[in-house]
Design a binder for this molecule. Sequence first.
Ligand code: NOJ
Ligand code: CA
Length: 706
Amino acid sequence: MSLKKIVAFFISALTLQTVMADTTVGIHSPNNLLHLSVVQNNEGVVTYQLSFKNKAVLLPSSLGFKLSKPAVDLNRFTITGIDSSATDQTWKPVWGEESNIRNNYKELKIALLHKASGITINMVFRVFNEGLGFRYEFLKQDNLNYFIIDQEYTTFAMAGDHKTFWIPGDFDTNEYAYNTSTLSNVNAKVQLNAQEIATRTAFSDDAVQTPLMMKTNDGLYINIHEAALSNYPAMDLQINKKQLQLQAMLVPDALGNKAYLQAPAHTPWRTVNVSDRAGDILLSRMILNLNEPSVVANPSWIKPQKFVGVWWEMHVGIASWDYSGSQVASQEKTKVRHGANTANVKRYIDFAAANGIDGVLVEGWNTGWEDWFGNWKEDVFDFVTPYPDFDVQALSDYAKSKGVKIIMHHETSGSATNYERWMDTAYRFMKKYNYDAVKTGYVGNIIPRGEHHDGQWMVRHYERVAKKTSDYKIMVDMHEPVRPTGLHRTYPNWLACEAARGNEFNAWSIGNMPEHETILPFTRLMGGPMDYTPGIFKIKRSFYDSTKTEQVHTTLTKQLALYVTLYSPLQMAADLPENYNAHMDAFQFIKDVAVDWDKTEILDAEPGDFIIAARKAKGSEKWFIGAITDENARSLNASLSFLDKDKKYMATIYRDADNADWKNNPEAYVIEKVLVDAKTVLKLKLAPGGGTAISITPVLIGKRKD
Ligand code: NOJ
Ligand code: CA
C-alpha cells in the first residue's frame, strides 16, 4: 500500500457564507472543475447541489430519513460542526484495469443534530475530479442505537430532461435490456418487452435502477450509482417527472422495512460521476476509491483467469443439467444427454489444457436439478453429492494431471439459508478435490421468506459468502446477486458477478440487441466486473436445431472485442470446444488476450453507439484493443499514440469481413497483420453489430551489423 497523504485542508479553501438565514458550505474538486455546495435554510432543511465547469449537474437536492424506529422524520437539523480535509494517495489493486489507482479528493464533513430526537448524524461528502460521493454516518448515540429506516430522503434533482439509459426499477433482478429515453419518458409498461413484463417484480413504472447513465443536451455525461453497499439495501430511483428529481427508493425486506441499523453505522456512498467526455466515465475509479482496502493479507492465491465450461450446451438445449436429461435452459422438455458426465468434462479439460485456458466450469454435476426451479423448496441442493456419472475423484486427478482447475458450481435456487448451512461443508469438499473457484447462483425467489435479491438481508448474505470464500482461499463469481458497488476492492477473491443481462439471453430469448454491450460498461460495469460469458462463435441456434431462430446479436469478431471492452478478471470462452476447433485462427485472440492490466485507455466511446478501448497487459509490453458498435456499421480511427515511441509492434487485427453483419452474415471475418508504431492511426471498419479485436506485440527489429 502506497503512502497515505492526508493534507491538512485550509479553511480558506472552504467557502462558508451566511446569506439571509441560509448557511452555505462549499467545496471544490482538486482540479476546481466540480463544485459542491451544501445549504441549510432557516428551517434547518439541508440540501446539496453540484456543478461541473459552472454547469448545473444537480440542483438543490434533499437529504435525510424517515425512521420508523424511533418514529421520527430526520429532515431538519442544527449544524454542530464542519470539518474538511484533502487526500491524495495511490494504491495498487490485486487485479484491475490499472495497476496503480490514484485516490484524490477533498472531503467535507458536516455534523448534524436532529434536535427533537437528539439523533446526530454526519454527512460526509467527497469531491473527486470525476464526481461526488457522499454518505450518512449514524454516530454512536447517547440513548437509542437501533434504527429502522422507512425511507431515505436523498434525491438527485436533475437540471434537465436528460437522455437516459435505463432498466426498470426491480427489487430482484437486473437482467433487462436497456431502454433509451428522456427521463420524463421513462415508462416500464410501455417500453419493456413481454418476457420482461412477465418476470418483473414491479413496484412502479417510473422507477429505474442504478448505475443510471444520462447525457445532457449540452454534452455532459452523468452517472448515478453507489459505492460500498454493505449491510444496507440497494437503491432504486423513483422519477418525479414534473420536477425531474430522482428519489432514492430502498429495496424493502419481506416485512416492508428498508434497513435495520445498529449505530455506529453508515449508508453506502451515493455516487455521481460527471464528465464532458464519455470515455472519462469509464476511466473513473471513484467507486473503487470509496470502498475499503482489501481484507486479504496475502492475495497470491487470487488469479485472474479464463475458463471454458460445460454450460453453453445446456443453454442452447443440447445437454441438460439434470441426470435424467429433461432440464435445458429454455425449459423445453426434450430429453437430452446429461452434460456433466465424466467423459464430456474430460473433453473440456483436454481443450483447456491444449489452449492455455485456466479453468473448466461444470454445471449440473450435483444432485437436485430435477426439481430445482420455482418450487420454494428449501433444500434441493446439498453441494456435495455428485450425480453417478460425474466421477469427482477421477476428474479432480485428471484436471490436476493436465494443469487445469475445475470450477465449482453452486446453484442455490434462491435458498440462501440452505446455502449458509452448507457453506463450510461445501468449501471443504472443494478444497479436498482441488477446486479453488466457485460460481454461485440465486435463480428464483429467495427462500425461506421471500426476501428480495437486492434487499439488506441478501446484501449481507453476498458479503458473507465473499468473506467466507476468502477465508477458504476460494475465488467467487456470483450470478443473480445485487449489482456490484466496488466491494471487490475489499474482497479481491470476489472476481466477478453477473447482475445484468448476460450473453446467455441470446441462447434462449429475444436476446440482447446489438447496442447492449455498448451500454453495459456505462451502467452495470460501473460497479465492477461482469461475467458476461463472451466468445460465442456459432452465432445462430439453428446450427443445433433447424427449428430455432434465437441468435447472438453480434458478429463473431465483436465477440472477440468484448474481451477488451467488457472488463473482467474472469472471462469465459463460452462456446463449445468443437466450435472453437473449427476456427482456431480466431480463437487465437481469446488465447492471447490478457485478463489483468497495467493501463486502460478509452480511445473513444458513446453510450449506446460504440466503444474503443485499449489495454496494456499487466507486466507485459502487449496491448489489446477492442472496438464494438451497435446495429450501425461504423468507421472508427484508433490512434496508437499510447504505444512506446521507440518500439515497433506487430498488430494482429481480427475484423468483420466486408460483407459481414450480425443478422445475415455474422461469422465472416478476416485476420490481418500489420506493423505499427506510436504514430499509426488504424482505420477500423465495423459491420452492423460488429467489432474489431486487435492484439499488439512488440517486435525486435534486428540491428544491421555493417
Ligand atoms: C442462471 C445463470 O446465469 C446461468 O449462468 C446458469 O447456467 C443457470 N442460472 C443455472 O444455474
Ligand atoms: Ca442469470
